[in-house]
Design a protein around this ligand. Structure first.
Ligand code: PLP
Length: 351
């Protein structure tokens, strides 16, 4: 608390990211990063961009990256917005669409940044409980709504909603923006991108951080109707004209171009996920069905907290949330084959 602060700063409850340890000898399964290196073509493009040109400002509208994404997703350029990580895209979307007289709806268990943005922008919210199997019930997302945001697959549950359910939620809420956060959609889900031409209220938000192994580059984007994209651009240009630096733009373009590398990496993560779930089940864990690069698991005999702290002593990090409904669960990122094996070996020792 400081007397220099503007009104309300003391009442913010900022997001707490998963630990990024300074030491490197840990098996890091706590923040859903990719176990794979970025494509070599991405590194090449970044190195090529790291030259004399850095004295110039980057392209403020990231037009080459937007064109590449538009072609990739078969939409027009005015249906794509890019930002400094999808977190920034989400923040701009909250500001542009969800400051309404009516509340924003989201699941009670979801990405914990949503309530943080709502708090920052004074947005009234209504948290809708997931059912007893941690599934979203689309029929609940109706009524006096100022907006809807869901992550699909949801985080940290990993559960996937079928496309018909997304369509139902959008149909029920034609009067407001429906944001679908697809941070994990590349690990086996069906995207809502195909719905944006029929539903001008759907905004699909994506990131390069998980499936494209580029969390450090900070690139995210949104696809939606030109009116939604225009709203985002107005906020962006009232905040920071240059959210993506030249290196990020070059690297992201190269990533979109290297489809084979991307597809293979996603396939590998999905294979490792199936193996990990089978092993965890043998060890007495109950795993929610996951369409993401992590699994949410609970153990019948041991508390989540004790397992997490014992893993930590063995230099393996997983994520434990304290919030009530999932305090007996661990969110475990799907690592490389070797990392998954190390985790299973450590758990066998512990249990
Ligand atoms: C990781 C994550 C993000 C943030 O991704 P960045 O692009 O790295 O900011 C957004 N939404 C969900 C659900 C995530 O898990």
């Amino acid at each position: 608390m400081s007397s220099f602060w503007s009104l309300g700063i003391d009442r913010l409850s900022p997001y707490v990211p998963g630990e990024q340890p300074k030491v490197t000898d840990l098996v890091k399964l706590n923040t859903n990063e990719s176990p794979d290196a970025p494509s070599p073509k991405v590194i090449e493009a970044i190195v090529a961009a790291a030259g004399e040109g850095l004295r110039r400002y980057p392209d403020p509208s990231s037009s080459a990256l937007i064109a590449a994404l538009a072609t990739y997703h078969n939409v027009s350029n005015d249906q794509v917005f890019v930002g400094n990580g999808s977190d920034e895209v989400l923040a701009h979307a909250f500001y542009a669409f969800f400051r309404q007289p009516k509340p924003l709806l989201y699941p009670d268990i979801s990405y914990s940044f949503y309530p943080v943005y709502a708090g920052l922008y004074d947005i009234d919210v209504r948290a809708i409980p997931l059912d007893e199997n941690f599934a979203i019930e689309p029929a609940d997302y109706v009524g006096d709504t100022g907006g809807v945001i869901i992550a699909n697959p949801n985080a940290p549950t990993g559960r996937l909603l079928p496309l018909v359910a997304i369509e139902q939620i959008a149909e029920q809420n034609r009067h407001c923006a429906v944001l679908v956060d697809e941070a994990y959609i590349d690990f086996g889900g069906q995207s809502a991108l195909g719905l944006v031409d029929r539903f001008d209220n759907i905004l699909v938000v994506r990131t390069f951080s998980k499936s494209r192994s580029l969390a450090g580059l900070r690139v995210g984007y949104a696809v939606g109707s030109p009116a939604l994209i225009d709203g985002l651009t107005r906020v962006k240009d009232s905040f920071n004209s240059y959210p993506l630096d030249s290196l990020a733009q070059a690297g992201a373009i190269a990533s979109v171009a290297d489809e084979a590398y991307f597809a293979e990496s996603c396939q590998r993560v999905m294979r490792n996920r199936e193996w990990l779930v089978a092993q965890l089940s043998k060890l007495g864990f109950d795993c929610l069905p996951s369409a993401a690069n992590f699994v949410l698991a609970s153990h019948s005999q041991n508390t989540a907290e004790s397992i997490a702290s014992k893993l930590r002593e063995m230099k393996i990090l997983v994520r434990h949330f304290r919030s009530e409904r999932i305090s007996e669960h661990l969110r475990i990122s799907v690592g490389s084959e070797k990392e998954c094996q190390a985790l299973v070996a450590a758990l066998s020792d512990i249990l």
